[in-house]
Design a binder for this molecule. Structure first.
Ligand code: SAM
Ligand code: SF4
Ligand code: SF4
Length: 369
C-alpha cells in the first residue's frame, strides 16, 4: 500500500535580507554561541537503495514526488553558495543525499569545491557520504577531482540481511569492493557507518567489528534515529551505543580515546591490542546539540539548521532573484545568528521541543545525513 507524505518544500520561508549587506568575517555564531563550521549539501533526493530506516519502499515508491531537475541547485549555484558559507567560517563540506554518486558529473562539482580555501587560508575539507554501490567505478575519478575522504554506509556483512535492509537487492560484496577501490585510490582516512536497529542487524555488530579491526578503516555505529516521518521509528528499536561498546568489548577489549575535537559527534574507542579504533554516534541516548556546528543545504537550496527541522530557508530564491553575494551573506548570517535548535537534547530531557510546530519533519534523503 502506498502512503503519501507532504512535500516539505511548500512550507519553507524566503529569508529576510533586510537590505543590509553583510561582510563575512570567518566566524558566525548562533543563539547558543555555536559557530557554523560544517556544511552538508544534499545533491539529490533520489537513491538506488530503499533502506528500511531511511526510504521505506512503501513511501518512496513510483508515486513519490521526487524533485524535478529544474528544482535542483545547479553546480554553479552550489559553488556560489558554498563560497559564501566558507567565507562565514565553514571549513568542511560533505556531499550527501539521497545517493550523491547518482548525481551526474559529480566530479565537476568536487573540482569546484576542492579549489576553495577556508577563511583561515587552509584548503577546504571536501568529503562525501555514500552507500558505496557506485564507488568501485567512481573512486579514482573522485580522488582525481580533489575529494579528500569518503564515508561509506554498510549495515551488515550477511548477504541476505543486507539485501533486506537496503531493499534493493544490493549485495554487501559490492559495497566492500567499493571500499577497497576507495582505499586503493587514496581516499583516506576511510570511515564506515553502520546504523544499528535492535532486532534487525544488531547481531552484525561483532562480525562488522571483527571484519574492520586491524584495517585502517574506522567503523562507526550510529543509533537509529527518529528522523523524518516515514520510517515508523520506535525507541524499542534503538540499541544504545553503550550496549554496542559492551558487546564489542566482550570480544575485543576496548579503551576510551580522546576526541579529535570538541565538535566531534562520535565517541572514540581503541582496541586494547592497538589494532585500530571504532566510534559510536549516540544521537539518541547522548545528544551532542551543545557542540553542533552543522548547517544543511537541501537538494533544492533550502538551508536547514537541524536534522529534525520541519522547514528551511529558501536560499535558492535569493540565488535566482538577482540578490548579491553580500545580500545572501546577510541572509545566512541573520538565519544562523537566531539558531536555537537542539532537538536531540530536548527529546532526551523530555522538555517541549519548540521547533516541532506540528509540520512534518524533513526526510533524511532530502536534507542529507
Ligand atoms: N546515501 C548515502 C548513504 O547512505 O551513505 C548518503 C545519504 S544517507 C541519508 C546518510 C547517512 O544517514 C547514512 O550513513 C545512513 O545510514 C544514515 N541514516 C539514514 N537514516 C537514518 C536513521 N533513521 N537513523 C540513523 N542514521 C540514518
Ligand atoms: Fe539511500 Fe543512504 Fe537513505 Fe539508504 S541511507 S536509502 S542509501 S539515502
Ligand atoms: Fe544538531 Fe539538531 Fe542533531 Fe542537535 S538534533 S545535534 S541541533 S542536528
Amino acid at each position: 500500500m502506498s502512503r503519501r507524505i507532504i512535500p516539505v518544500a511548500d512550507i519553507s520561508a524566503v529569508p529576510d535580507i533586510a537590505g543590509a549587506a553583510f561582510t563575512p568575517r570567518g566566524i558566525l555564531t548562533d543563539a547558543y554561541a555555536r559557530p557554523m563550521r560544517d556544511l552538508r549539501i544534499s545533491i539529490t533526493d533520489r537513491c538506488n537503495f530503499r533502506c528500511v530506516y531511511c526510504m521505506p519502499r512503501a513511501v518512496f515508491n513510483k508515486d513519490y514526488p521526487f524533485l524535478p531537475h529544474s528544482a535542483l541547485l545547479s553546480f554553479e549555484e552550489i559553488e556560489r553558495l558554498a563560497r559564501i558559507f566558507v567565507a562565514h567560517g565553514v571549513s568542511k563540506i560533505r556531499l550527501t543525499g539521497g545517493e550523491p554518486l547518482l548525481r551526474k558529473n559529480i566530479e565537476r562539482l568536487i573540482e569546484r569545491l576542492a579549489r576553495m580555501t577556508t577563511a583561515d587560508g587552509l584548503p577546504l575539507d571536501v568529503t562525501l557520504t555514500t552507500n558505496g554501490s557506485l564507488l568501485e567505478r567512481k573512486a579514482r575519478a573522485l580522488k582525481d577531482a580533489g575529494l579528500n575522504r569518503v564515508t561509506v554506509s554498510l549495515d551488515a556483512l550477511d548477504d541476505a540481511l543486507f539485501r533486506r535492509m537496503n531493499d534493493a537487492d544490493f549485495a554487501p560484496a559490492s559495497v566492500l569492493d567499493g571500499i577497497a577501490a576507495a582505499q586503493a585510490a587514496g581516499l583516506a582516512p576511510l570511515k564506515v557507518n553502520m546504523v544499528v536497529k535492535r532486532g534487525t542487524n544488531d547481531r552484525e555488530i561483532v562480525p562488522m567489528a571483527r571484519h574492520f579491526k586491524g584495517s585502517s578503516i574506522v567503523l562507526r555505529f550510529i543509533e537509529y534515529m527518529d528522523v523524518g516521518t516515514s520510517n515508523g521509528w520506535n525507541m524499542t528499536e534503538v540499541l544504545p551505543s553503550a550496549e554496542v561498546v559492551a558487546r564489542i568489548a566482550e570480544a575485543f577489549p576496548l579503551e576510551p580515546l580522546e576526541p579529535h575535537s570538541t565538535a566531534e559527534t562520535a565517541q572514540r574507542w581503541g582496541y586494547a591490542d592497538g589494532s585500530g579504533e571504532i566510534g559510536v554516534i549516540s544521537s539518541v541516548t547522548r545528544a551532542f546539540c551543545g557542540t553542533c556546528t552543522r548547517a544543511r543545504l537541501s537538494t533544492e537550496g533550502k538551508l536547514y539548521l537541524c536534522l529534525f527541522a520541519s522547514s528551511g530557508h529558501d536560499l535558492r530564491a535569493l540565488v535566482r532573484n538577482g540578490s548579491s553575494d553580500a545580500d545572501i551573506a546577510a541572509a545566512i548570517a541573520g538565519i544562523w545568528q537566531k539558531r536555537a535548535d537542539r532537538y536531540s537534547q530536548l527529546r532526551g530531557s523530555g522538555a517541549p521541543i519548540g521547533q516541532d510546530d506540528g509540520a512534518p519533519r524533513v526526510e533524511m534523503s532530502y536534507i542529507g545525513g
